[in-house]
Write a protein that binds this ligand. Structure first.
Ligand SMILES: [Zn+2]
Ligand SMILES: [Zn+2]
Length: 464
């Protein structure tokens, strides 16, 4: 591989959006796919990456950055279409990903019944078992060839990859690719700041030619003087106020990542005597994810390495069955998924129980699509009729709502700082809605006039 030539790239998402993330790369005669996600909002064929764009190409390897569904959710489908490609990810991603894909089979089966999506489930429990048995887990910071060997004296023309910590959720990696004298870094989802448990990313600061960078938070500015510590204190005070008002608190969370961060915050509040003891509830899938965090606590780069969340916080576990008998009780925190309060999920079912009662509170701690029930509640005016589930009657919106910034993604300012320091020759912007990507494009183009900033048109092959 010679510098300047032969590197090809196709954005396999269907639009400029945070959709079904998947990216095709070709260097010399080697071809690989980075991530194989499922669209968080769409169903059926539209939920899949645009795999037709690479249908006639042989794939030499599949590399998965982390276990969120928008990055791993359709991996069994990609594996079925490219059965000879080895699949690489970190060990934690493999463990979490297998549990999340099995959960997804259940969700898709329900969507087949309720929404009539006849192509669902896209894969079965049996296929998920078979697929995850083929995954190869790789250590951090080791150069590996696409055939899975440790790269020792790598050939001029051989691609190697290396997982670097992305600081986003347990197991999340950036992928550092080398081929000949060129280097490419795919950020996956990245956080350059510490969260409560998860520590910041450890990305290379020099020597990258091409950077494929996520743009999730590109459309919202970090408030002046923002710190996570102050935001944590604001959350503790808000929980205290809600309890004093005689209500409970619902915190809609993602099962992977946000649940564990919220549990760790509550641990901190108790340890620092900001809050006393109170009953805490999480969902079944979140409990499974938390077990994995606990099991890997001392071998993960994180804060509170000795904290065993389940043992320390003893959360009660709710599931699809017992949620029906769980009343909204004052003085309790319910950290339930999904984060966007998608209909039929625990957080949606539970929200319908407390939304018309002004004593209760819903606290949002992450992103919710404006069209999702979570997004609708955030914008609703008190007294307004809101519908959280199309199959249920609308309700009067009376409960309290507050929002907190505990994103697992870097602020746009810290991403812009990183890109400015790294100064790659080419920057490819992905994983963001159009306004977010546009802010990143304009900001980076102004800061690095000598670099090329690319917003890759979905489905179109580019030369990088
Ligand atoms: Zn993610
Ligand atoms: Zn993502």
């Amino acid at each position: 591989m010679h510098s300047g030539g032969g590197l090809k790239f196709i954005n396999l998402t269907r639009h400029v959006e945070i959709g079904a993330n998947s990216y095709y790369l070709e260097a010399g005669d080697q071809r690989l796919v980075l991530d194989s996600g499922m669209h968080p909002k769409l169903e059926g064929e539209d939920a899949l990456p645009n795999l037709a764009a690479i249908a006639d190409r042989q794939i030499d390897a599949i590399i998965i950055s982390h276990a969120h569904m928008d990055h791993i959710g359709t991996l069994p489908v990609l594996m079925r279409r490219h059965p000879n490609a080895p699949i690489f990810m970190t060990e934690a991603t493999a463990e979490i990903g297998s549990a999340l894909l099995h959960n997804s089979v259940n969700v898709m089966t329900r969507q087949r019944e309720e929404l009539g999506v006849t192509m669902y489930p896209l894969f079965t429990h049996r296929e998920t078992n078979r697929a995850s048995g083929l995954w190869r887990s790789c250590p951090w910071r080791q150069q590996i060839t696409l055939s899975g060997e440790r790269a020792s004296s790598r050939g001029e023309r051989e691609i190697t990859f290396e997982f670097v910590e992305a600081g986003h959720v347990l197991g999340a990696a950036g992928v550092l690719l080398r081929f000949g004298d060129r280097t490419l870094l795919y950020s996956g989802d990245v956080n350059f700041g510490d969260q409560t448990i998860t520590k910041s990313a450890v990305f290379p600061e020099t020597g990258i030619d091409v950077l494929i960078m996520e743009s999730t938070r590109g459309d919202s500015a970090q408030p002046e003087g923002f710190t996570r510590e102050a935001e944590e204190r604001r959350l503790a005070a808000a929980i205290d106020r809600a309890f004093t008002a005689g209500g409970c608190v619902l915190i809609p969370v993602f099962a992977l990542g946000k649940t564990q961060e919220v549990l760790a915050m509550i641990h901190k509040f108790r340890r620092e005597r900001v809050l006393g003891e109170f009953p805490l509830y999480i969902g079944g899938l979140s409990s499974k994810m938390t077990e994995i965090y606990d099991r890997r606590a001392t071998t993960t780069r994180r804060n509170f390495p000795r904290l065993q969340l389940l043992e320390e916080l003893e959360p009660f576990v709710l599931n699809g069955q017992n949620i029906a008998d769980a009343p909204a009780r004052a003085g309790r925190v319910y950290a339930l998924s999904s984060g966007m309060m998608t209909p039929k999920t625990l957080s949606n079912i539970f929200a319908r129980r407390l939304i018309d009662d002004p004593r209760h509170s819903i606290f949002f701690v992450g992103y919710a699509d404006p069209a999702s029930p979570g997004g609708i509640i955030r914008r609703a005016a008190p007294g307004q009729q809101v519908s959280l589930d199309p199959d249920e009657p609308a309700q009067e919106f009376r409960c309290r709502v507050d929002e907190f910034q505990f994103s697992a993604h870097s602020s746009r300012e810290s991403i812009a700082d990183y890109v400015r320091k790294l100064a790659p020759k080419k920057i490819v912007l992905v994983h963001g809605d159009a306004p977010a990507v546009e802010w990143m494009r304009a900001t980076i183009a102004a800061a690095l006039p000598g670099s090329e900033v690319i917003v890759p048109t979905p489905g179109v092959e580019l030369e990088l």
